[in-house]
Design a binder for this molecule. Structure first.
Ligand SMILES: C[S@@+](CC[C@H](N)C(=O)[O-])C[C@H]1O[C@@H](n2cnc3c(N)ncnc32)[C@H](O)[C@@H]1O
Length: 330
């Protein structure tokens, strides 16, 4: 833990829908699983404790690797940490001699450790550098805010932040950066708050713009699509995919992907009977349930972060993985 995290005494990440994810993956002795979002290792540990299996744990945040070292001592030879992106999981594992796995878990978004560490720049409540890079490298939120055009800013704030007042926020950002470039999170939060009033829902007006920037900085939706396709390549027939998402944009990507891969979106029209055409032969996944699994009231009350969580589970069929993307994913 770095100095500012220690100063803020950030609580460790509480895994969301943990029991449901483990139950969905049905870990078995001798099985091989991917935890594409290691974080604090909540899912990884639960899988390793549920069966004598092995877990390949991936995370793009360099700080996650240090946390995995402690756990590796507890699960020698069964826990393997791989630094990188889950969108590359098939290649990352192939490089390590693994071509098929029994289950893949993805817990999308940022961890409590990342949000609570003001030096990472995700928080609009605590001042820190306007950073938001999970990988600690590449283009930062400050780079985007200080250099993108008003139109580009407005587009991402509207699309990724679902902010009704995106144009106004973008205009205010562009006007303010002429006076002083944005380097700190609270500078940006204050400019947004001066522009957009807090609604009846009580949500801080900076929430949506910060979400948009985080998604853009880390290309989160693009990564999610790549991760789903990589899981399709890596899962053996009968292998299970469990994806936990936290907002409608992410859930839509997962839902659209599974719909297209389970054949539902491949039918030319809703009037075409499902048994016509080659849908069942080419479907690479079978959705385990139509509706997403959501937290119990008890979990939502105990962990506010869990409130918007949705888990979708699907089983890999024996059809070969698809190279193109069907069903509306860009
Ligand atoms: C919500 S946390 C996961 C928490 C974890 N399930 C646990 O129980 O501790 C998400 C983690 O995934 C990582 N992450 C997000 N996107 C990623 C990506 N595309 N590739 C690899 N890791 C990613 C983040 O760095 C973060 O550590």
């Amino acid at each position: 833990m770095n100095s500012s995290a220690a100063r803020d005494k950030a609580p460790e990440h509480i895994p969301v829908l943990l029991g449901e994810v483990v139950e969905a993956l049905r870990p078995k002795d001798g099985g091989t699983y991917v935890d594409g979002t290691f974080g604090a290792g909540g899912y990884t540990v639960a899988l390793l404790e549920a069966a004598q299996c092995s877990v390949w744990a991936i995370d793009r945040d360099p700080e996650a690797q240090a946390r995995s070292e402690v756990l590796k001592e507890k699960f020698p030879r069964r826990l393997h940490f791989v630094p990188g992106r889950f969108g590359d999981m098939a290649d990352l594992l192939a490089e390590r001699g693994v071509s098929q796995v029994d289950g893949v878990a993805l817990d999308i978004g940022v961890s409590s450790m990342q949000i609570d560490d003001r030096d990472r720049g995700f928080s609009f409540l605590r001042d820190g550098p306007l950073d938001m890079r999970m990988e600690k490298s590449g283009r930062s939120a400050a780079d985007i805010v200080n250099s993108w055009s008003e139109r580009e800013l407005s587009d991402i704030i509207f699309t990724y932040g679902e902010e009704r007042h995106a144009r106004r926020v973008a205009r205010a950002i562009v006007a303010a950066r002429v006076e002083r470039p944005f380097l700190r999170t609270l500078h940006l939060a204050d400019v947004i708050r001066a522009e957009v009033r807090r609604g009846n829902d009580g949500i801080d007006p900076a929430t949506r713009t910060f979400q948009a920037l985080r998604i853009a900085v880390n290309d989160e939706l693009g990564e999610l699509e790549r991760g789903l396709r990589a899981a399709e390549r890596l899962l053996r027939p009968g292998g299970l995919l469990a994806v936990v998402s936290f907002h409608s944009l992410e859930d839509r990507v997962v839902k659209t992907f599974l719909k297209s891969r389970s054949g539902a979106a491949s039918r030319p029209s809703r009037h075409t009977p499902a048994n016509l055409g080659a849908v069942s032969a080419t479907a690479t996944f079978t959705a385990i349930s139509r509706r997403p699994i959501t937290p119990t009231e008890r979990e939502a009350a105990a962990n506010p972060r869990a409130r918007s969580a949705r888990l979708r589970v699907a089983e890999r069929t024996s059809a070969p993985f698809l190279t193109s993307v069907a069903g509306g994913l860009s």
